[in-house]
Design a protein around this ligand. Structure first.
Ligand code: 13P
Length: 234
């Protein structure tokens, strides 16, 4: 069964979350769908027995880090997963500097890290995709080897733009990521794809054999449409 991650990003208020939960109630098997809501609403999903993850964790476990949220606090709310290194965090919060620390904290606390990697448009156009991915993988995995880790390949130029790589390119990149990690770290990791996944392109994406699932943003925000999407992924 494919992994489906729903990254709500910084969307929704309390009423929207309650409505969302009402719409999806008893609608699908819940063991392959992971919700990544704002920290404030993690408990709402956990309480209803959905798999839930945080969009981020602090690079420190506890202490003087104003405004951050500790993995220990998030664990109490019910997370089983956390995104690490989403490109929006790398862009706005210098997360490139904290990836290794966050990976270590997640694994130490038995939380599954969903490590987000991906190249910029400039890197893509200059044929630097594989170099960029290697660099991001090495920083994250050097001291943090675990076959629990999930890799989310999210080309930055594809996030929220409606543009996606062709199936041939995705097949090649996914196999590159899996082989590179296997050869250099002796582990086999699942790789999921994120970037403008939607109802129009999902059937085509589903044809990619080596893809283990999706990390989806915008197309998860309408619960009815998300249900339709899930139906096509099964
Ligand atoms: P979109 O699906 O909105 O392009 O977002 C992808 C993403 O960033 C998921 O983490």
């Amino acid at each position: 069964m494919k992994i489906i991650g729903a990254n709500f990003k910084m969307n929704f208020k309390k009423d929207d979350i309650n409505n969302y939960l009402e719409v999806i109630k008893n609608k699908f098997p819940i063991d392959n769908i992971i919700f990544f809501p704002s920290d404030l609403y993690i408990e709402n999903f956990a309480k209803n027995n959905y798999l839930v993850g945080s969009q981020n964790i602090s690079f420190q476990e506890f202490g003087a880090v104003t405004g951050d949220t500790s993995i220990l606090q998030l664990k109490e709310l019910g997370i089983k997963y956390t995104l690490i290194g989403h490109s929006e965090r790398r862009k706005y919060f210098n997360d490139d500097n904290y990836i290794a620390d966050k990976m270590k904290l997640a694994l130490k606390n038995d939380i599954i890290p969903v490590l987000c990697i991906g190249e910029s448009l400039r890197e893509y156009e200059n044929n630097l995709t594989k170099d960029k991915l290697k660099e991001q993988i090495d920083i994250a995995l050097k001291d943090n080897r675990s076959d629990k880790i999930i890799i989310a390949y999210e080309p930055i130029w594809s996030i929220g733009t409606g543009k996606i790589p062709t199936n041939d390119i995705l097949t090649e990149i996914i196999s590159f990521i899996k082989n590179y990690i296997n050869e250099n770290y002796q582990i086999n990791l699942k790789v999921i794809y994120g970037g403008s996944v939607n109802l129009d392109n999902i059937l085509e994406l589903n044809k990619i054999n080596n893809l283990d699932g999706y990390l989806i943003g915008g197309a998860t925000l309408n619960p009815n449409k998300f249900l339709e999407l899930i139906d096509k992924i099964k």
